[in-house]
Design a protein around this ligand. Structure first.
Ligand code: SF4
Length: 324
């Protein structure tokens, strides 16, 4: 009754997946994959703002039990962490991989094997974390993995700072979009994530994602099959302007969309350089964010248990098990 075939299976069968892989590969020689549009030739080893070249780098691939319940379920989200990122958030909890570039160079064939291995382990989906700058490689890997029997849904887990032209190449490929909506205020976005015009770019991206996949559809066990989940991390001193972010989402997508409202902010990486970011979001600040969510009429999504979040929640990607 709830069965939905992963979208990329249909595109693989018609040859469209391979065509999209070629289109994305062509972009690498004058890279415009994300809103920075650096126009560097990554095939000649030139890094752009994200610092990724044409070599695919992956930090970890594992069954992850810390994502939203609809993604982690009982057998884990089949999560692949890509090295580098096109944003530079000073509080990034994955800074070892996103900013310091930790990871190993692998081929698209190697990535396809990781996808298939995660499926064999029983994972509910393939959860691509910060995939934007490696989309050409991912699409190639997906073609190989689809040929070898990959069938589970594809999750696009992103910072929400995306180019709509690139997103259009993912139409029908991605089953579940999992973007952030980090800021309503461009000054904060610039100061803490070095992002230009984040709010406007994020809004256009969210609309495109929702137009492609619609509201979240889950199976009888509550496992996500298709749709959009928006994450918002509540920052200390309301630096992300939570109510404005939620208002913006309500205005462009309505209140049925699933929201994951998070309180797991920790002052890591370069955050201690900013006095306003040196402490956790307080329980009162998180309560106010929850009240905004409820008052605006959002009904679907997840909250975090404030008491259960502490420093041990932070991953260390240098360890074989990043969370222990
Ligand atoms: S993906 Fe990297 S190189 Fe390409 S436009 Fe974005 S920041 Fe620049």
């Amino acid at each position: 009754m709830y069965s939905i075939t992963a979208g990329y299976r249909q595109l693989y069968a018609t040859g469209e997946l391979a065509r999209r892989a070629e289109l994305l590969q062509d972009i690498l020689s004058c890279c415009t994959l994300c809103p920075w549009k650096c126009r560097v030739n990554r095939t000649k080893g030139e890094p752009g703002r994200c610092r990724a070249t044409a070599e695919l780098k992956v930090a970890k691939a594992l069954a992850h039990f810390g994502e939203e319940p609809a993604l982690s379920g009982t057998r884990g989200a089949g999560t692949i962490f890509f090295s580098h990122c096109h944003l530079s958030c000073c509080f990034c909890q994955n800074y070892q991989i996103s900013q310091e570039g930790f990871g190993e160079i692998i081929t698209p064939e190697g990535l396809a094997q990781k996808m298939l291995s995660l499926q064999e382990q029983g994972c509910h989906n393939i959860n691509l974390v910060s995939p934007t700058h490696y989309l050409p490689h991912i699409m190639q890997a997906l073609c190989i993995a689809a040929a070898d029997g990959l069938i589970i849904p594809l999750v696009y887990n992103s910072n929400g700072y995306e180019s709509v032209e690139t997103l259009r190449l993912l139409d029908g490929v991605v089953d579940i979009y999992l973007p952030d909506a980090k800021y309503a205020d461009d000054e904060c976005a610039q100061k803490y994530s070095r992002a230009k015009e984040y709010a406007k770019i994020n809004e256009v991206a969210l609309k495109e994602m929702y137009a492609q996949v619609g509201p979240l559809v889950m199976d009888g066990e509550g496992i996500a099959l298709k749709g959009l989940i928006i994450r918002h991390l509540v920052l200390p001193e309301n630096l992300g302007q939570t109510e404005m972010v939620l208002n913006r989402i309500k205005a462009c997508l309505g209140t049925q969309v699933h929201i994951s409202l998070m309180c797991q902010y920790q002052p890591v990486f370069q955050a201690p350089h900013h006095s306003e970011l040196q402490k956790r979001t307080s329980p009162e600040e998180y309560d106010r964010a929850i009240a905004s969510l409820i008052n605006l009429g959002f009904e679907n999504g997840w909250l975090q248990d404030y008491e259960k979040i502490d420093g041990e929640f932070l991953p260390d990607f240098q360890k074989s098990d990043a969370w222990n």
